[in-house]
Design a protein around this ligand. Structure first.
Ligand SMILES: Cc1cc2nc3c(=O)[nH]c(=O)nc-3n(C[C@H](O)[C@H](O)[C@H](O)COP(=O)(O)OP(=O)(O)OC[C@H]3O[C@@H](n4cnc5c(N)ncnc54)[C@H](O)[C@@H]3O)c2cc1C
Length: 500
């Protein structure tokens, strides 16, 4: 792989990786591939982090990510090790990519065939079909320039960020300005604006607080496609873990780290039960705030509580995992249910935190594509409603919201689930905090606002502890499974530079 610098300086180094999410798994693979001795310590009973799996009575749920986007990133990751994704899992391109139920009774499918999507756009607004092409053309350029210059390259200073060469290459990139402003330039119809903006939920932002650069997500969505990996996103975790084992990573689960002491060449990492691990370098994939405020001694922290309080957190989520009898037509594998005016929902996430009364949400039905995720004659689905991080989460509030969501699904999709539910589990703010040590129970980490993008995210290398590194969604490039895989690459590069 061309852009990744030489990692040979890490040969023989002892490294402890804290946390087995995609960021930690990826970093561990790059380091072990370079010849380092890597031990990965994961708090929970399984690897994958937010991409954990829940298995109940023959139903298998992906608990977190369910959209396999940016196949090129997975190819690059496995390709670095002389493998390809197909060595570990097969991919099915979904058709439709997703279905949207608007709450005014309208329904629309976005499909792999761009001509059909163009017709849908034109049917809402004369001229929108042509502007759909222009929009995608621009988002393709943004994707190519953005990935090369801002995602795979870690620009850690303002000087580098504003580097003239990059500025030349980035000509036409919409770096400032919001997604809302960008989309409005192309489409007047609110539904078309929503179709172009729903992907922001993946980045944990709202149209008004996410930089316009992220219109590159439409290239990801429409041009590159939406896929289902064999065995779901859990199958991808299995693939990366299998690769790590081939490379010699020592994976330990049920190993919550309680303390990190020392410095480069002399770290001691302690786990519950007082086991001690010695390392030259430590990499934490656990949430950044948890690592700094709860694992490192106070004098070794780069940020104080005030800093963490002042951040904009991506949403938490209310999740309902349901095993139901019979089918759930007309729900598709990926289904979005959107109020025609969703400003209020975003306000309740970012401006005025409260449980939404008219939620925008996502339904995932993998049993539409995969027979193995539910017993015969049953469907497997989950509902995901983004809600504000830090929201009060009690059994009573959850029960009330569960009823609201089930009513909303029935009213807007026609699918009545209540009398057919045979398995039901919920997951919400408190569970994110307990299971993953997540700050304020955020599902995703730091939102991609302009103030928290690129070099404005916390760094990979600690400024206070030589040899202490961070990876995963709190760092660059950011949120999402592909970004966390890339984060592993950037972290390994930063470590190799230091070890040189
Ligand atoms: C509901 C949901 C839906 C999502 N949907 C998508 C999607 O469709 N597509 C997509 O690409 N992305 C999606 N994402 C985002 C994506 O899952 C995350 O960005 C990514 O998986 C985060 O990986 P990570 O490496 O940053 O950290 P994590 O996955 O959070 O891993 C961190 C790990 O550290 C462990 N840990 C914490 N503290 C300690 C400790 N003290 N000792 C040891 N271990 C510790 C945690 O248990 C955890 O396993 C979704 C996320 C959620 C929650």
């Amino acid at each position: 792989m061309d852009a990744l610098s030489d990692l040979r300086s890490l040969d023989g180094a002892d490294v402890v990786v804290v946390g087995g999410g995609f960021g930690g798994l990826s970093t561990a693979c790059y380091l072990a591939g370079a010849g380092a001795d890597v031990t990965l310590l994961e708090k929970n009973e399984q690897l994958g982090g937010r991409a954990s799996r829940l298995e109940v009575d023959g139903f298998r749920f992906d608990m977190g990510p369910s959209w396999y986007l940016m196949p090129d990133v997975f190819e690059r990751f496995f390709g670095y090790f002389g493998r390809e994704p197909g060595d570990y899992y097969d991919l099915t391109r979904l058709d439709p990519h997703y279905r949207i139920f608007f709450k005014d009774g309208d329904r629309v499918d976005m499909v792999p065939d761009l001509e059909r999507n163009r017709e849908v756009f034109e049917s809402y607004e004369p001229g929108a079909g042509e502007r759909f092409d222009d929009y995608l053309e621009k988002s393709k350029i943004n994707y190519e320039v953005g990935m090369e210059h801002f995602v795979y390259e870690d620009r850690t200073s303002i000087r580098e960020f504003l580097d003239w060469d990059v500025a030349k290459n980035a000509r036409g990139l919409s770096l400032i300005g919001s997604m809302q402003g960008h989309v409005e330039k192309y489409f007047d119809h609110p539904k078309l604006q929503q179709i172009m903006q729903y992907t922001l939920v993946f980045l944990g932002g709202a149209p008004t607080n996410t930089p316009a650069l992220y219109n590159l997500m439409s290239h990801v969505d429409f041009n590159m496609g939406v896929y289902y990996p064999e065995d779901g996103l859990g199958g991808v975790v299995d693939g990366v873990v299998a690769l790590g084992e081939e490379l010699g990573v020592d994976f330990r689960t049920d190993a919550p780290v309680t303390e990190i002491r020392g410095r480069e060449g002399a770290f001691v990492v302690r786990t519950e039960g007082d086991a001690e691990f010695y390392a030259d370098y430590v990499v934490s994939d656990a949430d950044y705030r948890h690592t700094e405020m709860e694992l490192l001694p106070p004098e070794k922290r780069q940020y104080d509580e005030e800093y963490w309080e002042s951040r904009t957190y991506a949403p938490s989520a209310f999740l309902l995992y349901l095993g139901v009898e019979g089918d759930v037509d007309p729900l598709e594998h990926h289904t979005l249910v959107l109020p025609t005016d969703w400003d209020e929902h975003f306000e309740r996430i970012f401006d005025d935190p409260a449980w939404p009364e008219d939620p925008a949400y996502y339904l995932c039905v993998p049993s539409e594509t995969d027979d193995d995720v539910a017993p015969e004659g049953h469907s497997n689905l989950f509902a995901l409603v983004p809600i504000a991080a830090g929201l009060e989460d009690t059994p009573e509030l959850r029960a009330e919201f569960r009823d609201l969501v089930l009513d909303d699904i029935a009213a807007n999709t026609g699918v009545e689930l209540r009398d057919r539910i045979v398995v039901e589990e919920s997951f919400c703010v408190n569970d994110f905090a307990d299971r993953y040590n997540s700050t304020k129970g955020t599902a995703l980490g730091l939102a991609h606002t302009l103030r928290q993008t690129a070099l404005f995210r916390p760094p990979h290398h600690s400024a206070e502890v030589d040899g202490m590194f961070f990876t995963g969604s709190f760092t660059t490039p950011g949120i999402g499974v592909p970004m966390c895989l890339i984060s592993g690459e950037l972290t390994a590069e930063a470590m190799a530079e230091r070890a040189d």
